[in-house]
Design a protein around this ligand. Sequence first.
Ligand SMILES: CC(C)(COP(=O)(O)OP(=O)(O)OC[C@H]1O[C@@H](n2cnc3c(N)ncnc32)[C@H](O)[C@@H]1OP(=O)(O)O)[C@@H](O)C(=O)NCCC(=O)NCCS
Length: 154
Amino acid sequence: MTGLPAGVAIRRLGPEDVELFNTLSEADNLFDEDPSVAPSGALTPDGARDFLADPSVLFWVAEYGSLTVGFLHCIVQRRRTAGPWAEILLMEMGVHLDWRRQGIGSALVSAMEFWMAGSDVLEVWVPANTYAVGFYLKSGFIADEGSILVKQLH
Ligand SMILES: CC(C)(COP(=O)(O)OP(=O)(O)OC[C@H]1O[C@@H](n2cnc3c(N)ncnc32)[C@H](O)[C@@H]1OP(=O)(O)O)[C@@H](O)C(=O)NCCC(=O)NCCS
């Protein structure tokens, strides 16, 4: 992939990557806008394997040797209308705070777009946090109408 720092490579995770995935989950606060938040925490090995084996889950990492320096997680949403069979929702992405502004986020988005082009998927949505809006605009996203709302059951 062009534009990456030397030694950094991007690949999509599969069910064999449970250990890497859970190691990332235990330190993913370092990939957040605010690294003082708690990390997500690991899943059980079976839970992580099921997550990574789910065909609706797309999960890429950027690696420098054995070090994970970025990730991007999407879900594939099948469409009910004519046209492309699915669209994707970019659920979360992050670049380790020591590795930002070196093109890793852009390269992760390119990997996602490469998958889209090869899968007849033309649209990707992202519920962006304010911090990342400039990055998404630079990556070609545009603002859409309406608001994103959320409801949590207690
Ligand atoms: C947003 C994020 C993923 C960008 O990753 P990155 O590897 O630093 O991005 P890149 O180096 O590929 O940036 C490409 C271009 O996007 C723009 N950009 C990147 N980060 C930006 C920011 N925080 N604000 C405004 N523009 C930004 C710049 O134009 C940059 O090019 P430049 O460095 O030549 O000026 C990273 O800042 C991050 O992990 N943030 C914390 C987590 C987060 O906010 N995730 C998004 C959740 S919705």
